[in-house]
Design a protein around this ligand. Structure first.
Ligand code: COA
Length: 387
């Protein structure tokens, strides 16, 4: 085995083991969430939060460390709403140019660009004091869903509509569907936001923490996080799930379709998880909620198909669904277009990302792992003229 690319391993008496994909590595401490005894946000179990808390309750908890009382909840909701209702003109103008140039661009890219512009025009250069970081986080939590809604208006050639006077879940749902949502729709949508809000050292959160660990700013960290979430092995999976369900079409076609994927060594989107090897508690919760939501509607057929896929995946691969599997079906049942599924994940995860950025900045050490060199043996350089 080649020595690691540093003196650290040899000084400690031999190279440390390589953890491909950092699997199983504890890369730091966090007080924001834990997976040890079921998923918990700052000690609170995910199930009561998903069933009873609204997004603002959870975002406040993640950012401030405690659940808000009613007055704090009201003020926080108002601050987030105000940020959403007053999008920066420069961002809208820039997005309008981009929408005219490339209307088919992914909304994820519009979010990444929008946050980047916000960082530039606010001259965010480094993590400031704690209070300034919390204020910036609250603004971003409101601005990101507003950027998403504005982008959809711009690519559709409509003027950017005003942000509804409502909490984030009903307001965003109204902006995405164009109609005031029912209480049941808000409850289901809100539950997905709560479940997507935070998940300790996942790839995008780790990317954000790595950026801020260098002394860089919150907007840069969020830009990196959005880019990381976009990938189909992470947040992008929720859009791919609907492609899977559409490709299979009906429950009796699930077995041959899946066998073809297994034979081709292709992963099935919405299944498996780096950390949950015995099932994702969030998927179970949201799956039940989704089934109840579509009971007695034409959407029930998709649930029957989903159940069949779950049975086969467990039987053949021992794999259970992750959160993206039911989340995609909830969004589909709510009438949302597939291209906004991953951006909605961004809207929710903004709360977790910003909480992690603040935590990392508050007790920072540069994140810089080692690699194991696997390239050519040492060799002599020959100047260009003699090659
Ligand atoms: N479909 C089919 N096979 C899968 C699979 C899936 N969704 N997820 C994992 N596997 C297989 C792997 O190919 C591997 O098989 P092998 O041992 O024959 O090579 C085995 O199960 C073990 O997988 P593992 O290496 O432990 O997975 P990981 O921790 O590296 O990756 C994911 C985790 C999430 C990236 C992976 O499960 C995946 O790609 N899932 C689909 C994408 C998805 O839904 N992402 C959202 C995650 S929340």
């Amino acid at each position: 085995m080649t020595a690691p690319n540093s003196d650290a391993g040899t000084a400690a008496g031999g190279p440390p083991p390589v953890a491909r994909g950092l699997a199983g590595v504890i890369a730091g401490e966090t007080a924001i969430s834990s997976l040890d005894s079921g998923l918990r946000y700052r000690g609170y179990g995910i199930e009561p939060l998903a069933r009873a808390a609204d997004f603002e309750d959870v975002a406040y908890l993640l950012l401030h460390g405690e659940l808000p009382d009613r007055a704090e909840h009201g003020r926080f909701t108002a601050r987030v709403q105000a940020a959403a209702a007053t999008p920066d003109r420069t961002v809208i103008d820039a997005l309008a140019l981009l929408a005219a140039r490339e209307p088919e661009a992914a909304p994820m890219d519009a979010l990444r660009t929008g946050v980047s512009i916000l960082g530039q025009i606010t001259r965010d250069e480094a993590p400031g004091p704690h209070a300034a970081l919390v204020a910036a986080a609250e603004r971003l939590i409101g601005q990101v869903p507003a950027i998403l809604a504005a982008w959809l208006d711009l690519v559709a050639g409509r003027p950017v509509a005003r942000w509804p006077d409502a909490a984030l879940a009903p307001a965003l749902l109204e902006r995405l569907t164009g109609a005031a949502p029912t209480a049941a729709a808000v409850a289901a949508f809100g539950a997905t936001l709560v479940l997507y809000a935070e998940h300790e050292f996942n790839a995008s959160t780790f990317a954000a923490r790595t950026v801020v660990s260098t002394g860089s700013d919150m907007h840069s960290a969020i830009v990196a996080a959005i880019g990381t979430l976009k990938g189909p092995l992470h947040g992008g999976a929720n859009e791919k799930v609907l492609e899977v369900l559409a490709a299979i079409g009906a429950a009796d076609r699930a077995a041959p379709w899946l066998e073809e994927q297994f034979a081709g060594k292709r992963v099935v989107m919405g299944f498996g998880h780096r950390v949950y090897k015995h099932g994702d508690v969030r998927a179970k919760l949201l799956g039940e909620l989704c089934a109840a939501m579509v009971r007695g509607t034409p959407g029930e057929d998709l649930e029957t198909l989903a159940r069949r896929v779950e049975e086969i995946m467990l039987e053949r691969k021992g794999l259970r669904p992750n959160l993206d599997w039911p989340a995609a079906r909830v969004y589909h049942a709510l009438g949302l277009p597939v291209k906004v599924f991953t951006p909605i994940f961004v809207v929710a995860r903004m709360s977790g990302w910003t909480a992690h950025v603040i935590e990392q900045a508050g007790d920072n050490r540069l994140i810089r792992p080692l690699s194991l060199y696997a390239g050519p043996a040492p060799r002599d350089y020959r100047p260009l003229g003699s090659r």
